[in-house]
Ligand binder design. Structure first.
Ligand SMILES: NC(=O)c1ccc[n+]([C@@H]2O[C@H](COP(=O)([O-])OP(=O)(O)OC[C@H]3O[C@@H](n4cnc5c(N)ncnc54)[C@H](O)[C@@H]3O)[C@@H](O)[C@H]2O)c1
Ligand SMILES: [Zn+2]
Length: 342
């Protein structure tokens, strides 16, 4: 097991990679616990939760709303949760984001932690202290920065995770390697079969390296004023694909990363060799590298990106494998390049 610490303004978060759901009781500090999970995770794992009340929410992004949050507050009141209660979200990123927000706001904030059960939650969503819900079609529009007291990333839980959900986590793993760690990229290149087979030693290494990278970035820039923006590599175009094509986040980010790499090459920053390596790796991992998309629709979605500032967007460019830079790029330049691509 590895332990990584995120040092946030609201407190420290201890992340145990390779920790176990079975050891959750040890993190509750003798406090009364209330668990929040979703229907899928409850069906598979609720019998392994420590003693305590359980709040079950529906599955999927459509449940990441203020309505679900209100239903959670109601149940917390009915269960007489108070400032001495600890709240634990057990599930994927959706359970985590909602639980963190509910626990941060109910009675002005209770102690909370997570057991991350999806690969994306383990390598990304439970690291860094962003909590929140969607609002009127805008993703993560309402929320708070607040670090969970503890996170358990239990690799064994991944065995029941659907393949498409594994792919979402793998896309973020490749992102971490691209922006921060060439040796990690090489490791992924050498272990594609182990990833496909969910080899526990390989998965442990991946979750560990990714958490170290994300925690390192967050420790430098918790509030996303600079360094943390690099974690958006592939996401500016990825979000546009997700919206316009209705595909999964992982698939969109994969194609978004390759297109961002192409743009980096177009701007003379990235070598063709590095671009080809990224494309080959994504292909071997079964992630999409090229999508048929409507340029105008994608460009219109880019214009609506909430991270846009006036006519400029913070675009994450790749300089080489393992090194990214954030540039302020005008929407017009992106449009020109998108339109003239073959
Ligand atoms: N806070 C952050 O910094 C951050 C970062 C990235 C993503 N996110 C958010 O995370 C969410 C996506 O997270 P996700 O991909 O984990 O989605 P998710 O929470 O919907 O989980 C994916 C699916 O897998 C199921 N599941 C989870 N664990 C399982 C297991 N062990 N076995 C079987 N099924 C399991 C869930 O029920 C769900 O159907 C998005 O809402 C996104 O905005 C947040
Ligand atoms: Zn992502």
């Amino acid at each position: 097991m590895y332990e990584i610490t995120v040092k946030g303004q609201t407190g420290h978060s201890r992340i145990q990679v390779g920790g176990r759901l079975a050891d959750l009781a040890g993190h509750l500090s003798g406090q009364r616990a209330i668990f929040i999970t979703d229907r899928n995770v409850a069906a598979l794992y609720q019998d392994r939760f420590p003693p305590g009340d359980v709040i079950v929410i529906g599955c999927g992004e459509t449940n990441k709303t203020l309505d679900t949050l209100a239903a959670i507050y109601e149940q917390l009141i009915a269960l007489e949760a108070d400032r001495t209660t600890v709240i634990v979200g057990i599930g994927g990123g959706i359970v985590g984001d909602i639980t963190g927000f509910a626990a941060s706001t109910y009675m002005r904030g209770l102690r909370f932690g997570f057991v991350a059960s999806s690969l994306l939650a383990q390598v990304d969503a439970t690291v860094g202290g962003k909590n929140g819900v969607n609002f009127k079609g805008y993703k993560n529009m309402v929320g708070v920065f607040n670090q969970p007291a503890f996170v358990i990333a239990d690799i064994d839980l991944l065995t029941t995770l659907p393949r498409a959900e594994i792919a979402c986590g793998v896309a973020e793993i490749v992102k971490h390697a691209c922006i921060a760690d060439a040796a990690y990229f090489e490791y992924i290149e050498a272990h594609c079969d182990g990833i496909a087979a969910l080899d526990p030693a390989v998965m442990l290494h991946l979750v560990h390296r990714s958490v170290v990278i994300k925690a390192g970035v967050v420790n430098q820039d918790e509030r996303e004023a600079g360094e943390r923006r690099k974690l958006n590599f592939g996401h500016t175009l990825g979000h546009a694909f997700e919206k316009t094509l209705g595909i999964s986040h992982g698939a969109a980010v994969s194609a978004g990363m390759l297109l961002a790499a192409e743009f980096s090459m177009h701007k003379g920053l990235l070598s063709a060799n590095a671009f080809n390596r990224l494309r080959a790796l994504l292909e071997r991992l079964g992630l999409p590298v090229a999508l048929a998309f409507d340029r105008t629709e994608v460009f219109n979605a880019l214009k609506k990106d909430k991270k846009r500032q006036q006519q400029e967007i913070h675009f994450v460019l790749l300089e080489k494998i393992g090194q990214a830079t954030v540039a302020s790029v005008s929407l017009e330049e992106v449009a020109r390049w998108l339109m003239q691509r073959p």
